[in-house]
Design a binder for this molecule. Sequence first.
Ligand SMILES: C[S@@+](CC[C@H](N)C(=O)[O-])C[C@H]1O[C@@H](n2cnc3c(N)ncnc32)[C@H](O)[C@@H]1O
Length: 211
Amino acid sequence: MTGKDWAAWHAAYENPASDLSFRLRSVQAAIGAWLDSRTDPALRVVSICAGEGRDLLGVLAGRPDAGRVSARLVELDPRNAAAARAHAAAAGLPSVEVVEADAGLFAAYAGAVPADLVIVVGVLGNMSQADALATIAALPALCAAGATVLWTRGRQHHDRTPELRAAFAGAGFAEQSFLAPEHSIFSFGVHRFDGRPRPLPGDGRMFTFTT
Ligand SMILES: C[S@@+](CC[C@H](N)C(=O)[O-])C[C@H]1O[C@@H](n2cnc3c(N)ncnc32)[C@H](O)[C@@H]1O
C-alpha cells in the first residue's frame, strides 16, 4: 500500500461537477454500451485496482440483465474493498467477488479470467511508464477473444497516452474510441482485443503500484 489515503480519494465522487465524476460517468456509459453490445448469456469482468467499484457496480445495479455478469474486483485497501462488497450486496449482485489483493500480481486473477471486460481505470498513471507498457503487453493473459479493455490515464504532467495507445496496438488491440477532453485532465480509451488470448502466468507481476 502507498502513503496516499485511497479511501478518502473517493470523496471527489460526491461532487457531480468534479473531474472524477465526469470520468466515472464516461466509464459507466462505456460499460453500459458494452453490455448492450453483448448478447452472451454469461460474461466475465475483472477490474484492476477497483477502488469502491463504483463504475461497474453503479451500472449493474440498474440493469435487469446484471445476472449475466460475474466479476472479480481486485483492490488492496480493505476499506475500499468493504465498500465495494457492501455496494454489491445492497444491489443484489452475488456474482461480484471483491478480492483484497495486490492487483499487480497475475495470481490475483486466477479463476476469474479470461474476462470479456477488463477495467483498468485509475491505474496506469500510478506506476512507472515501463510498468504501464508491460501491463498493456500482459493484458492478453487476462482477456478472452474479443474482450474489451477500458482504460484511463491522466495528462496533467506529461501526455503519455500516445505511447500507451501504440502499446495497445502492439499487443493485438483495436482502438474503439479515445477521449481526451480539453476541460479535463483524464483521457479514456476503449480497446477491443483482436489477438489470441494467452494463458495466465502462474506467478509473477504486471506492475508495482507506486503513487
Ligand atoms: C486511483 S484509485 C482508482 C480506483 C477505481 N478504479 C476508480 O477509478 O474509482 C486506485 C486504487 O488502487 C488501489 N490500490 C493501490 N495499490 C494497489 C495494489 N497493489 N493492488 C490493488 N489495488 C491497489 C487503491 O487503494 C485505490 O483504490
